[in-house]
Design a protein around this ligand. Structure first.
Ligand SMILES: N[C@@H]1O[C@H](COP(=O)(O)O)[C@@H](O)[C@H]1O
Length: 189
């Protein structure tokens, strides 16, 4: 099964996917292409693993350009720390074949502007008792697609947006391979 991974940042989730394919946690999978919407370390990680990379500058043409380069035989498009919003037409064309990891519990902490440190600030400001990560299908509604897997942890009074971000990353590295395996190989969890 062939994967395309979209990245915008340091690519630690991409690295986790590469490593869990290598160690067999994710079965029958291959990362065929890594696409970034900006210069980022995620591209370096892909090159270090001899994975083909493409940089499409973010902006209104991103989805169209992406649509032109995605090979026919792709089974799943995985958004791993990807910050651009894909156009509704693109999401329709690839319906059920695009998944994203979101650094908070959905549906409560999703939607426009709820990304990266912004969402961790919002969780702390709201005095939430828990946070976590969510893997979901991507649709034209931002963070509204069906949830595949999510897991939370308790927030303590000493937590800050930075410590919450670290704990969220740990959860992401745990659930993302399981969710990808479920979608790719129809494995019930
Ligand atoms: N959208 C969010 O951005 C972060 C990217 O981290 P990395 O995978 O690039 O290290 C992750 O926490 C992801 O949920």
């Amino acid at each position: 099964k062939n994967l395309v991974i979209l990245v915008s940042g340091s690519g630690t989730n991409l690295q986790r996917i590469i490593d869990t394919i290598d160690n067999g946690e994710i079965q029958n999978a291959k990362v065929s292409l890594v696409v970034a919407d900006r210069e980022c370390y995620g591209l370096e990680r892909a090159k270090n693993h001899n994975i083909e990379t493409v940089l499409i500058p973010r902006g209104k043409n991103f989805s169209n350009e992406l649509g032109k380069i995605i090979p026919e035989n792709i089974d799943l498009i995985v958004l791993a720390g990807f910050l651009s919003i894909l156009k509704p037409e693109f999401c329709e064309n690839w319906k059920g074949k695009i998944i994203n990891i979101h650094p908070a519990m959905l549906p409560k902490f999703g939607g426009k502007g709820m990304w990266g440190h912004h969402v961790h600030n919002a969780v702390i400001e709201a005095k939430e008792k828990e946070s976590g990560a969510t893997v979901h299908f991507v649709t034209s509604g931002i963070d509204e697609g069906e949830i595949i897997l999510q897991k939370c942890f308790e927030i303590t009074e000493n937590d800050t947006p930075e410590t919450v971000a670290e704990k969220v990353h740990k959860i992401e590295y745990e659930i993302f391979p399981i969710a990808i395996n479920k979608v790719l190989n129809n494995i019930t969890i």
